[in-house]
Write a protein that binds this ligand. Structure first.
Ligand code: UGA
Length: 468
């Protein structure tokens, strides 16, 4: 099939590359002419596994890039809208870019039936509004349909999430729309893609996604509710971790005990300095705003957000207790991205911790396998030095912090770290390291939700150093 994807952000670019990989001809459109030129020239704008390979494989053949919407719409029956829906100050989603695309495409939808599909995360009623805008701008009834096909990909594993999803949700208010989208996704639904030679490897070979055909409004709610539920799991386990810490229980034992109940599930129960990224914070605010607009106060979501905001503060407080004061301290930081596998620093809890340390007079030397150039562009160069590896981050530092759950931080050579650090203090904001290994290497180890015989409350740096 030939499809058009409007908006070459994270979701749009990944979706377009994967649809090309499924055998479709994909026309990619973006209003940013520079971005289009860079994509055409072979640039890969985001750090995402398999994306460079897919772009290289399909660019210029099944994947073409255009700046002009009119040109981009020619010949495509299915048009995905994947433009940004950032948060307004009120928390509501700013859907003006979606509206602008609908207005701009209206005069160009003059030949044959078109299915417009929202891929952007947008609040309930977005499909209804697009329909209305198209009608008001002269598109004849019966010549188009609007559907919602939410995307559940995670950054860092976006390509495999797209190609091997748990489910495919088709929010369609007509049988015709559902049939067209079923056909588009057929290679995933029948498993043919996973079996084909040269496919991206499936994380669960042989498994095919569940298909859910719903109304457009249900699909819109499914997307918001899914992200809200996942964020709620994280805040829940973080709150439990805080209790564990207070009573001397171990959150790692507790989360295994809780997560092995199949009704609860073990995923998204990893405690830490909180969730970040371009989705959860924005989507929770938007879902809360939508609920309010429609007469329901979803206060549970307010609590989820409050617990999340508190995680960074608690972590910084814990470190402050260990270091007494941050003034003139040199802090080594491992991880700046909002999570592993990505160079994205949007709403990154790691960046929030770094900023809090700088505000209190510390200087930082940071290492991240992917996010350093993005972080360097927004952090003050006189206070933050980006370094080449984890050991350089530890060099002469008063403490070493683990702020992003990159796998490579799990296997640090602790002895090497110890030799570099001025004070042997590791504060692990992701519970990534093995407490007994870290302690037997001679460190004071601060983590989350674990019995902590190195309880630092009231201890000075000197006392901690003596103890270590
Ligand atoms: C999230 C959802 O997981 C995707 O399903 C969804 O498609 C996407 O948002 C979106 O709406 O576009 P993403 O933001 O890429 O994906 O990242 P996640 O893997 O969900 O992680 C979000 C944050 O939660 C990260 O900061 C991560 O460190 C944190 N996290 C995750 C925890 O603190 N604990 C956990 O157990 C899991």
């Amino acid at each position: 099939m030939q499809v058009t994807v409007v908006g070459m952000g994270y979701v749009g670019l990944v979706a377009a590359s994967c649809l090309a990989e499924l055998g479709h001809h994909v026309i990619c459109v973006d209003s940013d002419a520079g971005k289009v030129a860079r994509l055409e020239a072979g640039e890969v704008p985001i750090h995402e596994a398999f994306l460079p390979e897919l772009l290289a494989k399909h660019r210029g053949s099944r994947l073409t890039f255009h700046h002009s919407l009119a040109e981009g719409l020619r010949g495509s029956q299915i048009i995905f809208v994947a433009v940004g829906t950032p948060a307004l100050d009120s928390g509501e989603a700013d859907i003006s870019a979606v509206e602008a695309v609908a207005v701009a495409m209206a005069p160009k939808l003059d030949s044959g039936f078109r299915l417009i599909v929202t891929k952007s995360t947008a609040p309930v009623y977005t499909c209804d509004y697009i329909r209305r805008v198209l009608r008001l701008n002269g598109v004849a009834e019966g010549t188009f349909e609007v559907a919602c096909n939410p995307e559940f990909m995670r950054e860092g594993s976006a390509i495999t999430d797209f190609l091997f999803p748990d489910r495919i949700v088709l929010g369609c208010d007509s049988a015709r729309a559902a049939t067209m989208l079923r056909e588009l996704y057929a290679p995933l639904l029948d498993g043919a893609y996973g079996r084909a030679a040269g496919s991206v490897a499936s994380p669960a070979p042989g498994k095919v996604p569940e298909l859910l055909v719903t109304t457009t409004r249900s699909a819109e709610i499914i997307k918001h509710a899914s992200n809200a539920f996942l964020a709620m799991k994280i805040s829940f386990i973080n709150a439990v971790a805080n209790i564990c810490e207070a009573v001397g229980a171990d959150i790692e034992e507790v989360r295994r005990g809780v997560g092995t109940d199949a009704r609860i599930g073990r995923h998204f129960l990893q405690p830490g300095i909180g969730y970040g990224g371009s989705c959860f914070p924005k989507d929770l605010a938007a879902f809360s705003a939508v609920a309010k607009e429609h007469g329901y106060q979803f206060t549970l979501l307010d609590e989820v957000r409050a617990i999340n905001a508190g995680q960074c503060r608690r972590f910084v407080q814990k470190l402050r207790a260990a270091l007494w004061t941050f003034q003139s301290k040199r802090i080594g930081v491992l991880g700046l991205a909002f999570k592993n596998g990505t160079d994205d620093i949007r709403e990154s809890p790691a960046m929030a911790v770094v900023e809090a340390l700088l505000a209190e007079g510390a200087v930082v030397q940071a290492y991240d396998p992917a996010a350093m150039s993005r972080a360097a562009a927004v952090l003050p160069a006189d206070k933050v030095t980006m370094v080449a590896d984890p050991y350089a981050a530890a060099d002469r530092a008063d403490a070493l912090l683990v702020l992003t759950e990159w796998d490579e931080f799990r296997s640090l050579d602790l002895q090497r770290v110890r030799e570099r650090l001025r004070y042997p203090i590791i504060a692990d904001g992701r519970n990534l390291l093995d407490p007994s290994a870290v302690r037997s290497a001679g460190f004071v180890y601060l983590s989350l939700g674990r019995r902590n015989e190195d309880s630092t409350q009231g201890l000075t740096t000197a006392a901690l150093v003596q103890k270590a």
